[in-house]
Every structure is written in structure tokens, then in C-alpha cells.
Design a binder for this molecule. Structure first.
Ligand code: GDP
Ligand code: MG
Length: 383
């Protein structure tokens, strides 16, 4: 999709990461039209509605990286092909904190990352606000979430405020899955990372939290899309895509790698646990089964992941469910998976600040055994 880009992003030297590159230096670079760096996003007055030429945003990733590092924002970068569950995962994270008062944690949309005096800053924040407010509400209301179709990746900045503990500002990347899809039959198998994403990952001066989504299945979606695409082929592409972004990470991430943390998540795990009363409980995930599943269906992604030889605390494999979702939308939320993922995000963010990595939430009360037995029987009957 993104193959024929009109220019190649050239990362600025690390020291210049806080200052966008002077474009005049590269005479042959199509992006290097003379312009003041601050005005790089103001070139096209129609940018608010539909930015089309990525060449105009050559410094976007670098600017986002510098703004976030300056504000002490913890970035969370999600990777996965389309339909891997990226958007649903974000919405489940947000909706869990918006509805579960027992977690005693506030979640608020933060200030825009880039100044909204520029059209691009305004557009990115509008997109962020729309996902945080409108889409999250739709998700909670059980409305089927539509396909993400955006021109530019954007971060959703939020402030996470647990009771009596340090607040943390996170920013979650939202992107189009097509940008990561392998391109068979071309010169290279993997598409280049989108310029803004590559610029961000290569320049951010601090630890980044990466989440790689490998979906349990894509069949429901592809059946409705038609075209005879089999689930097996889609899963293979999803696996290749993750292998590709891991290799890109390996090539472009120069500094702060020791602070990065990587989580590979098998999304839509509820498809595996159909009819199981303990579904909402992430601790019921059978690790041996999860690993066997990945070995079987995501061996390329998993081989590359393991091949990075990251220390144990920096690389994790887990299952995730954003909720019991069918073709009509959310039927039942699963708050336990989001709760665990928030805990990992919060602890990792604290570790990145050299603070003691504590859990953000109060201890979870255990449901009585009798109640679990009753739900188990009801679930079996209804499935
Ligand atoms: N059953 C189930 N379906 C999911 C889950 N997460 C996403 N989906 C569905 O999978 C499809 C793609 O999800 P989406 O979040 O849009 O994926 P994205 O393209 O990676 O952003 C949608 O139909 C979702 O409803 C999940 O945890 N469980
Ligand atoms: Mg999406």
C-alpha cells in the first residue's frame, strides 16, 4: 500500500533528534524543498481534511519523538496487520478504566502532543479525541467497530491516574494494518515502515513499549469481506508482518534499546476459549497451549521474536481478549485482560523512570467458588 513513497526518510543525527533536520541539505531529496522546519506541516492548507503526500510530513515522527520525550510521555507502539485487533485492544483498555470503578484509576485525554496551532497538530489531536471518546463509547455500547482508515498514524495521549500512586502519561499509537502487510512478488517482502513511525522509533530518546498483535483467527472478518481469502493465508501474512516490523526495529532503533519492552499478544483469545466460564480471567490462559499455538501458526513471528535474544524481562508472550465480540459488536466485556495489560504498561513505565515498579490497582477480590461454578454451568448451557 505504502510502497511507492516519494521520498526516503533520513533520520537526523541523534543529537539533532529534538530539532527537525534542515531540509536544504539534500539537493536531490524530493522532501527537501526549502521551508522552515516548523512550517513543514503547514505546506498544504487542505491538510486538515485529507493529507495525501507523506513527503510533506517528513519530520513528523522526529517531532513527535522530541515532543513526547520532552513531556515525559511513555509511548506505546502497537503493530499488527489489519483485523489483528489493534483498535479493539485500545478501546478495551480505555473502556475498562472508564467503567471499572473498583480499579480506582482515572483516565483522561491529555493535552495535544503537537501544538494545535498547526493544522497537522490539530488533525492528529482530533483523531485521538475521536478514538478516546466516540469510538470507545461505541465499543462499550456494543456497536461494531469499523475498519481503521487513516492517512497518518497518530498517538492517543492519555493520563493514567491510579489512587495514591504516581500518574503516568501514555501515548498509544493507532495505525492502519495495511502498512505492515507483506508484499509478495515485489523487490522486498516487507513494506518499509511508514516514515512517521520509522522516524519516531529511531529517534525517541527513552524506552518504548511495543505490542505485537497476532490474532487467533481472522476468519469471521474475511468471510464477510469475501474474495476467497483463507484464514491460513491471512494468519501467515500476520505472522510475516510481525517478523518484518521486528526486523525493521532491529535495523532502525539506535539508542535506548535496553529500556524498550516487547509484548507479543495473541489477540482474540476468546475464540480459543469459547464457552469457558473463566474466559474473562486472564490467569486461566494455559501457557503451554499458548506457546504451542504460536509455534504452530506464528512460527515466523515467534522465531524472529526469540531470535532478538532479549533479556527475559524485556520480552513477553501473552494472550489477550478485548471482549466477547461477534459480527454485531461487543457482547460481553473481558476486563481482566485489559487490567493485566495496564498493570504491565504501568510497571514498565515506572521502571523506565527508575521508580519502583508497583501495581497500579487495588488487590482483586476473588469471586466465591460457588459463583464460578454457576457461571461455568450457565456458559456451557448457552454455548
Ligand atoms: N472475538 C473477538 N473479536 C475481536 C477481538 N478484537 C478484535 N476483534 C474483531 O476483529 C476485527 C478486527 O478488529 P480491529 O480492532 O478493528 O483490528 P485492527 O484492524 O487491527 O484495528 C473486528 O471485527 C473486531 O470486532 C477480540 O478480542 N475478540
Ligand atoms: Mg484498527
Amino acid at each position: 500500500m505504502d510502497g511507492a513513497q516519494p521520498f526516503e526518510y533520513r533520520p537526523t543525527a541523534p543529537a539533532a533528534a529534538t530539532t527537525p533536520a534542515a531540509p536544504q541539505q539534500n539537493d536531490n531529496d524530493m522532501a527537501a524543498e526549502p521551508q522552515a522546519p516548523q512550517d513543514a506541516y503547514l505546506m498544504n492548507a487542505s491538510v486538515q481534511s485529507a493529507p495525501t503526500d507523506p513527503g510533506e510530513y517528513s519530520n513528523l515522527g522526529v517531532d513527535l519523538a522530541s515532543a513526547m520525550a520532552g513531556e515525559g510521555i511513555q509511548p506505546v507502539v502497537l503493530f499488527g496487520t489489519n483485523n489483528s485487533g489493534k483498535t479493539s485492544l485500545l478501546l478495551s483498555l480505555f473502556s475498562t478504566l472508564k467503567t471499572q470503578s473498583r480499579l480506582e484509576t482515572g483516565l483522561f485525554l491529555s493535552d495535544p502532543i503537537l501544538a494545535t496551532s498547526s493544522p497537522i497538530g490539530q488533525k492528529l489531536h482530533q483523531d485521538a479525541r475521536h478514538t478516546f471518546q466516540v469510538k470507545t463509547q461505541q465499543f462499550m455500547d456494543g456497536v461494531k467497530i469499523g475498519k481503521t482508515n487513516i492517512d497518518l498514524p497518530f498517538f492517543i495521549p492519555v493520563e493514567f491516574r491510579p489512587k495514591n500512586k504516581d500518574p503516568v502519561r501514555f501515548a498509544f499509537l493507532e495505525s492502519n494494518g495495511e502498512w505492515y502487510r507483506p508484499t509478495r512478488g515485489g523487490d522486498t517482502l516487507f513494506p518499509q515502515l511508514k516514515n512517521a513511525i520509522e522516524g519516531f522509533v529511531s529517534c525517541f530518546q527513552g524506552g518504548i513499549l511495543f505490542i505485537y498483535l497476532v490474532p487467533y483467527t481472522q476468519s469471521e472478518v474475511y468471510r464477510s469481506a469475501g474474495g476467497g481469502v483463507t484464514d491460513a493465508r491471512e494468519v501467515e501474512d500476520a505472522s510475516l508482518a510481525i517478523s518484518g516490523v521486528l526486523q525493521a526495529y532491529n535495523d532502525i532503533r539506535a539508542s535506548h534499546r535496553h529500556q524498550d519492552r516487547h509484548m507479543m499478544l495473541v489477540s482474540k483469545w476468546d475464540a480459543h476459549e469459547k464457552g469457558n466460564a473463566d474466559l474473562a480471567d486472564a490467569s486461566s490462559v494455559d501457557r503451554a497451549e499458548l506457546e504451542a499455538f504460536c509455534d504452530r501458526r506464528y512460527n515466523q513471528a515467534l522465531s524472529t521474536f526469540r531470535g532478538m535474544q532479549l533479556p527475559a524481562g524485556q520480552a513477553m508472550l501473552n494472550a489477550y481478549s478485548s471482549g466477547i465480540i461477534n459480527e454485531n459488536g461487543l457482547r460481553r466485556p473481558c476486563h481482566d485482560y485489559p487490567e493485566r495489560l495496564w498493570t504491565w504498561l504501568y510497571r514498565s513505565a515506572l521502571a523506565n523512570r527508575d521508580a519502583m515498579p508497583v501495581s497500579p490497582f487495588p488487590e482483586k477480590p476473588q469471586p466465591p467458588a460457588l459463583w464460578r461454578a454457576i457461571t461455568s454451568v450457565l456458559d456451557k448451557l448457552s454455548s
